[in-house]
Design a protein around this ligand. Structure first.
Ligand code: GRF
Length: 218
C-alpha cells in the first residue's frame, strides 16, 4: 500500500466527524490520515480532539482578515504547508470562496445533515421535521461555489419518527455521518470517484445495494 492520502479538516465545532475519520484511520480502515485541523473558533472542541491525537491544530481567527478571500488564502497556505491533498469540511461554519476551491480542484468535500437537494443551508434537521418528511439523512458532496449544491458522492437515509425532536433526529443522523464520511474519503483515496457533470461515478467493485428504507414500516 502506498502513502496515505493527506487530509486537512476544517471544523468550527464539536468535531465528531473529525473523530470518526481519526478513529477509522486508527482502526486501519482508511488509506488516509488527517495531517492538520483548522478552525475559525478558538473554543472548537475539534481542536482538542486533534491535539489528543498529536495532529497539528490551527486556529485562524476570521476577524483578523480583511475578507473571505484573504481568510481562505491563509487557510490554503496552512493546508499546502502540511501537504494536504483532500480538504474535508466537517461542521465548518463559513462560506468557502474560489480561492480555496481553485487551490484544491475537485478535492474539497462537505457533509450536510439532510438528503440534498432537500433542506440545504442551516438547521437542516429542523427544516426536515417542520416539513414533515418521513425520511431524511445525510449527504457527502464535493464543494462548489453554491451552498450545499456540489456533486453528491454518498448519502444515507434516516427515518423521522413520530416523537422525534431536533436533538433525537440529529443524533440518528450523526451516526450515519460517522459511517459515510470515512467511506467517501476512502473512495477518494482509492481514486474511485469520477465527477461527470453533476454525477459522481464510483468505479470498482462494490456491493449492489438493493435494500430500501420505508417509513413508517408496513
Ligand atoms: C454535522 O451535522 C454536519 O452534517 C454539519 O455540521 C455538523 C458537524 O458535526 N455540516 P460535528 O462537529 O462533526 O460533530
Amino acid at each position: 500500500m502506498g502513502n496515505p492520502l493527506k487530509v486537512g479538516v476544517l471544523a468550527s465545532g464539536n468535531g465528531s466527524n473529525l473523530q470518526a475519520i481519526i478513529d477509522g484511520r486508527e482502526r486501519g480502515e482508511l488509506d488516509a490520515e488527517v495531517v492538520c485541523v483548522i478552525t475559525n473558533r478558538a473554543d472548537a472542541y475539534a481542536l482538542v480532539r486533534a491535539r489528543n491525537h498529536g495532529i497539528p491544530a490551527i486556529y485562524l481567527n476570521h476577524r483578523e482578515f480583511s475578507g473571505r478571500e484573504a481568510y481562505d488564502a491563509a487557510t490554503v497556505e496552512v493546508l499546502k504547508t502540511h501537504g494536504v491533498e483532500l480538504v474535508v469540511l466537517a461542521g465548518f461554519m463559513r462560506i468557502i470562496t474560489r480561492v480555496l476551491l481553485d487551490a484544491f480542484p475537485q478535492a474539497v468535500m462537505n457533509i450536510h445533515p439532510a438528503l440534498l437537494p432537500a433542506f440545504p443551508g442551516l438547521d437542516a434537521q429542523k427544516q426536515a421535521l417542520e416539513h414533515g418528511t418521513k425520511l431524511t439523512g445525510c449527504t457527502v458532496h464535493f464543494v462548489d461555489e453554491g451552498t450545499d449544491t456540489g456533486p453528491i458522492i454518498i448519502q444515507a437515509a434516516v427515518p423521522i419518527l413520530a416523537d422525534d425532536t431536533v436533538e433525537t433526529l440529529s443524533r440518528r443522523i450523526h451516526l450515519q455521518e460517522h459511517r459515510i464520511y470515512p467511506q467517501a474519503i476512502q473512495l477518494f483515496a482509492e481514486g474511485r470517484l469520477t465527477v461527470v457533470g453533476r454525477r459522481v461515478l464510483v468505479t470498482g467493485p462494490h456491493a449492489p445495494e438493493e435494500s430500501s428504507l420505508v417509513n413508517p414500516a408496513a
